[in-house]
Design a protein around this ligand. Structure first.
Ligand SMILES: Nc1ncnc2c1ncn2[C@@H]1O[C@H](COP(=O)(O)OP(=O)(O)OP(=O)(O)O)[C@@H](O)[C@H]1O
Ligand code: SF4
Ligand SMILES: [Mg+2]
Length: 358
């Protein structure tokens, strides 16, 4: 019997997104290239969540935007369900694009203030022809509002009448209106209060289970993605430095990830008191002029001469835990972890009644 190979829902192959930068003024000469995403390969299987973390400016949003077609790839490929998006017909592309949606960090900026919630959610239903007739569209809008735990009576209200958490629920409902398989979630809870973050995260996890969704979940810190991710990818200056399952939290194989893990709080007060933080000095280098060798070498506390000249490649161990670091095997001695290295969630997971208040 031949077993069918599971096809990834999304595959990125050596994806690069570069932005040319001009000097401005009369001559407006090109003065450089921002290498926002610089050779990333990743895959997401159906129903799975990939958490993508890294500090501000490392290229997370640009990668997410390239996946949904809002940023143009300079080279490499975005492959959806086994087919390169560049080789699709216009009709195929439109259908696949509908099934890959995005939700944004600022739910207010992403909702048209002059449209009612009903129109905001109903618009994609009509545009994609997913329901025909006014009554069917309205019924679908009500269904979607209930799905995100908002009252259907809110359909006639405007975005400014809602709290941040409610607006993010509307953003999720609008994405769901397209009946997607994959949602790129670009820091969807970063702008919300901690208690509301927990409600929205719980909602997203329930929706994933009920609808079989896949997520590319973007966040600054490991604490947020820990709860929701099957796999985690750590990004630094346009490139992946580490990728794997829970081992990425439990036993990071890259010096940068160790610093990120050491910065996350541990939910045991005794260990938390003894926790040694690895403080990174300096800012993220300019993506127009990345450092030679390992891109992290200018801030890495254990950088060697080789790190300054030779770029390390991603190397996967047998447990499919990959890291791009020359000194992976020496990390336990050079950068030991706290007794319990796994960072606790920054979001409380206390069950709360799910009402339409968040
Ligand atoms: N359209 C653009 N033109 C030129 N540079 C850009 C453009 N979009 C993004 N960049 C640059 O690309 C780099 C990556 O930006 P991006 O927004 O993807 O980072 P990020 O990891 O999402 O950051 P944050 O966590 O702050 O949201 C930054 O240096 C940014 O200034
Ligand atoms: S390759 Fe070198 S500079 Fe880069 S993370 Fe590893 S030890 Fe640090
Ligand atoms: Mg961003």
């Amino acid at each position: 019997m031949i077993l069918a190979r599971k096809v990834p829902l999304l595959e990125l192959i050596d994806l690069k997104v570069h932005f040319p930068v001009s000097s401005g003024g009369f001559l407006n000469r090109r003065c450089g290239i921002v290498r926002a995403v610089d050779g990333i390969s990743l895959r997401i299987m159906p129903g799975q969540t990939l958490g993508l973390v890294g500090e501000s400016g490392c290229g997370k949003s640009t990668l997410g935007r390239a996946v949904v077609g809002l940023a143009k790839a300079t080279s490499g490929a975005v492959v959806i369900r086994g087919k390169n998006i560049d080789n699709m017909t216009t009709a195929e592309k439109a259908s696949e694009r509908r099934r890959v949606q995005m939700i944004f960090q600022d739910p207010y900026a992403s909702l048209n203030p002059r449209m009612t919630i009903g129109d905001i959610i109903g618009e994609p239903v009509m545009l994609h022809g997913l329901r025909s007739g006014k009554a069917a569209v309205e019924a679908r809008v009500k269904e979607l509002l209930e799905l995100v735990e908002l009252s259907p009576a809110y359909a006639d209200r405007y975005p400014h009448e809602f709290s941040g958490g409610q607006r993010q629920r509307v953003g999720i409902a609008r994405a769901l209106a397209c009946e997607p398989d994959l949602i790129v979630c670009d820091e969807p809870v970063s702008a919300l209060d901690v208690s509301i973050q927990a409600q929205v995260m719980r909602l997203m996890m329930r929706l994933q289970k009920d609808l079989g969704l896949s997520y590319l979940f973007i966040a600054h810190g490991l604490g947020v993605v820990k709860q929701i991710s099957d796999e985690i990818a750590v990004m630094y200056l346009g490139q992946l430095v580490e990728h794997g399952g829970r081992q990425v939290f439990q036993h990071p194989r890259h010096a940068y990830t160790r610093a990120l893990v050491s910065a996350a709080p541990i939910p045991d007060p005794k260990i938390e008191r003894r926790r040694k933080r690895i403080i990174l000095t300096g800012d993220l280098p300019n993506p127009m002029n990345p450092p030679s060798g390992c891109r992290f070498q200018t801030r890495c506390p254990i950088a060697s001469d080789r790190c300054r000249t030779d770029p390390p490649q991603m190397h996967y161990a047998e447990n499919r835990h990959g890291a791009a670091c020359w000194r992976t095997d020496e990390l336990d001695a050079l950068m030991p972890m706290a007794t319990s290295p796994e960072p606790g969630p920054t979001i409380p997971v206390v069950p709360q009644p799910i009402a339409d208040i968040g």
